[in-house]
Design a protein around this ligand. Sequence first.
Ligand SMILES: [Zn+2]
Length: 83
Amino acid sequence: MPSLCRRVGSGTVLWPGRRREPFMPVPKRRTSKARKGKRRSHHALTPVQTVVCKQCGRPTLPHSVCSNCGWYRGRQVLEVEEE
Ligand SMILES: [Zn+2]
């Protein structure tokens, strides 16, 4: 920054004889399509794994008590309130 410049507030430099220019970091180059695609190659989501409950047949999360009937590993472990 030349010595003739004045700092006005935070982040703004008043250049001599010019308009106010923002003093902030900006990317030097735009992100190419290839680089953007390579970055997003890891962004895909995978569906949640489910298993079928042996008691009621509803899909449930593996290694978890069935939220529909309350069974886990062939026995009742939770009381499920009826609606
Ligand atoms: Zn069940």
